[in-house]
Design a protein around this ligand. Structure first.
Ligand code: PGA
Length: 246
């Protein structure tokens, strides 16, 4: 089931979700347990990551007991490539925290055996105990992670072909659409649905139409975010513009 939570602006949303994450991390670490977070890239989670860094610096929130799995990575980009998601995560979050490097997982866009790498990624999530809280954005195609339409509910971590709409949207980071890779590795829909809690963030009017589809349409591979309706604890954190068609 998808529930929606309206926030005055994206900063307020970031504060609320960061607080939820901090509470989870503290609660679990008090009983000696790790917290497994599923993380996303793109513009949307940036205020959230800034707030997590602030909580670490100013309120002593430690990430030593946190294990992370990122949703996806472009195929063919090295970790040091400025547009790789590994680079994005290091620059915008990890290098500012006390998270042990061994606890960080991002799919390897250069994996020689991509299928084997994806299968190992699934095993690593399971070995960590599964994802406690998954952060998601949503693309205008209805993708979650890089699960472009059509992505079935039982899809797992795998190689995918990026939709041209997505390549256009993401070209702002590359400067030129020709530079945007055509392929990626992404967690599957089933992988995402297994997370115990899901928080999807969407802000601005450009997301209003796809947010409405995700919430209202009958779940199908044609709009992969609709599969979230089958999740028992999925919250869409929205501003008024993103919620205007609900
Ligand atoms: P954005 O991307 O945060 O840059 O809008 C979201 C997504 O494609 O999942």
């Amino acid at each position: 089931m998808i529930s929606t939570r309206l926030h005055p602006d994206k900063q307020s949303a970031a504060q609320a979700i960061a607080r939820e994450m901090a509470d989870l991390i503290r609660l679990r670490s008090e009983s000696g347990k790790a917290t497994v977070l599923g993380l996303a890239t793109g513009s949307t989670p940036l205020p959230l990551y800034a707030e997590l860094i602030r909580l670490h610096r100013e309120e002593g929130l430690s990430f030593r007991s946190v294990v992370t799995f990122n949703l996806d990575e472009y195929e063919g980009l090295a970790p040091a490539h400025p547009q790789s998601y590994r680079f994005f995560m290091e620059a915008n979050l990890f290098r500012h925290l006390d998270i042990p490097a061994a606890n960080i997982h991002v799919p390897d866009g250069l994996a020689a055996d991509a299928d084997g790498h994806c299968a190992a990624y699934e095993r690593a999530i399971r070995a960590a105990g599964g994802i406690d809280l998954q952060i998601l954005g949503i693309g205008r195609t209805g993708h979650i992670g890089f699960n472009e339409p059509p992505s079935p509910a039982d899809s797992r971590t795998r190689r995918v072909h990026l939709d041209e709409v997505t390549r256009q949207d993401n070209s702002v980071f590359f400067g030129d659409v020709a530079q945007v890779p055509h392929g990626a590795l992404t967690m599957g829909v089933a992988t995402i649905l297994e997370a115990r809690r899901v928080a999807l963030l969407a802000f601005g009017s450009a997301k209003a139409a796809i947010v409405a589809r995700a919430v209202k349409e009958t779940p199908s591979a044609d709009c992969p975010a609709t599969w979230l309706q089958r999740h028992p604890d999925c919250v869409f954190h929205l501003d008024a513009a993103a919620a205007e068609r609900l």
